[in-house]
Design a protein around this ligand. Sequence first.
Ligand code: CU
Length: 253
Amino acid sequence: MTCKNKLKYLFLLAVLIAAGFALADSLGFFNPKPYTAVNHGSHNHYVPDNRDPGVGINRFPMEKPGPGEMITPTGQIVRTTEWKQQQQNMASESSENLNSAGDNIRTIDLIGTDQMKFVVQETGERLTAGSSIKTFNGKSYLMLNQIQAKPGEQLRIRLTTLSQIQPEMMSHNWVLLDQGVDAQAFVNAANRENDYIPPGGEKDIIINTGLAADGETVEITFSVPEEPGQYEYVCSFMAHFAAGMRGQLIVQS
Ligand SMILES: [Cu+2]
């Protein structure tokens, strides 16, 4: 055998081995068996490891799944590829339609920073953001300037504080003031003794969160006012309004 022929045979052998492995893999030889046989009198039921505990043993097949097939948690034999595709579709659908609270309420995730600003991770629909702000952990956010909303729309504000400073010196809240309220006068009257909501201030407030210190999240869900116009929201913690911790809710149909 010449040297050239030898190489040819070696190459052919390598191709055959690779093809053999690929075939074995597609038939599932390398997968650990994802099901076990459960003896049930005269016969076995084949039960997957991720069995739905609410489904009775009788519902599980008495034959093993074939190549490229699998048993679902509820006992159907299905094509593995189709099942995986279906699971992926379901996962992406739920992440598109639902927020983390599991409902469809429009949710705005705000972060309160040590620079005394309301920031967001990204501008979503109907949000107006401004300059970029870097927090102490090196992450960049966008300053939130305006929220646009429809009259009567359900809105959830979720505010999380990211801070390196102790709670008495750095906490935030989100206070939505009624139209025509003097925001400066409101925050001037807010202080630690009154938990940053001045006495009698309730009549000026449409809705507000409690205070959040580092790592804490406060949230509120409310109906946007029916009256179109501009509503100011502020953080009423000491000096934060003056530092720019404020913005507008723009209500328009
Ligand atoms: Cu604040």
